[in-house]
Design a protein around this ligand. Structure first.
Ligand SMILES: [Mg+2]
Length: 292
């Protein structure tokens, strides 16, 4: 990678670029699902189908009120509250999420080096706001990331507030960022929508040639950066689409069938989107683009 003294902004994806979101999601979700099958005796395939419908309606695969809305779990728990009847499954979800959410090696040091050189670090994620804030706090990046751009929180069930969903498992102090500023992108704007990246550049008063974008998804991150004219760096170490465990996410995720199929084809077809630069083993390989 060649030195470029004019680069003064790093825009980074979060999930599977700074931390292994998929590994943490899989560890926590599969632990919860296994326990739900044991406790409720509802077949796993039926639970997966009902869960996918809820994830699609809510636009996320990390929906905090999930258990209360899965019809066969509500029936299996009745007359008890499903969250109480299946508390042990929720406990497994949260404890696994805590223990398996961590930065890739060298990420914090690399980000601090980049910042010390006068480069602003902003993050752009499609994950919902409050789990993103939790991950930034949990991994120690509050304040290391200057500005976070994320989707607004997902829609809530009628009569519920975000505070209702936050009760029980995490203290209020676990939410909210102390130093990192948090801006929301328009609801429904998803990568590779170039307007959002353009708006981030405007917000940072930065021209495309002064910025670097790093992310793990060829289809979303790299395609988006290339169409805006921002130097694209592929976080190849974060790719997980070929892991066998990824099939569980495909079966229960909020993505449309078309999205799943498009990503599957892309994962199987090398060379459709060719990144300009790649970090193959670790995040710190991005340092030379800032002359570091
Ligand atoms: Mg990602």
């Amino acid at each position: 990678m060649s030195e470029h003294p004019l680069r003064r902004l790093l825009i980074t994806d979060l999930d599977n670029t700074l931390w292994d979101w998929f590994a943490a999601w899989y560890a926590s979700f599969s632990a919860m699902l296994d326990r739900l099958v044991e406790l409720s005796e509802v077949p796993q395939a039926q639970l997966e189908a009902e869960i996918r419908a809820i994830h699609q309606a809510r636009g996320t695969a990390e929906y905090s009120n999930l258990i209360s809305e899965v019809p066969s779990l509500v029936r299996a728990a009745a007359p008890e509250d499903p969250r109480r009847a299946f508390d042990d499954a929720l406990h497994k979800l949260h404890s696994q999420r805590r223990s398996s959410t961590r930065l890739y090696p060298g990420v914090e040091e690399a980000l601090r080096t980049i910042k010390a050189a006068g480069v602003s670090v902003v993050a752009y994620t499609e994950s919902v706001a409050y789990w993103t804030e939790w991950r930034i706090r949990h991994t120690g990046l509050d304040g290391v990331i200057d500005v976070l751009y994320s989707a607004p929180d997902h829609d809530l069930p009628a009569g519920m507030t975000v505070e209702d969903l936050r009760t029980g498992y995490l203290p209020a102090s676990a939410y909210g960022l102390r130093v990192t500023q948090h801006h929301h992108v328009p609801r429904g704007a998803i990568k590779p929508n170039t307007q959002v990246l353009g708006a981030i550049l405007d917000d940072q008063s930065c021209r495309p040639e002064e910025a670097v974008y790093i992310g793990d998804s060829l289809m979303k991150d790299i395609a988006m950066a290339q169409s805006v004219g921002v130097l694209d760096v592929h976080a190849k170490f974060g790719e997980v689409q070929n892991r066998p465990e990824y099939e569980l996410l495909r079966r229960v995720s909020h993505w449309s069938d078309e999205d799943v199929e498009r990503e599957r084809q892309l994962a199987e077809t090398a060379g459709l989107i060719v990144p300009t630069l790649s970090c193959t083993a670790e995040f710190a390989e991005v340092l030379p683009v800032f002359g570091l």
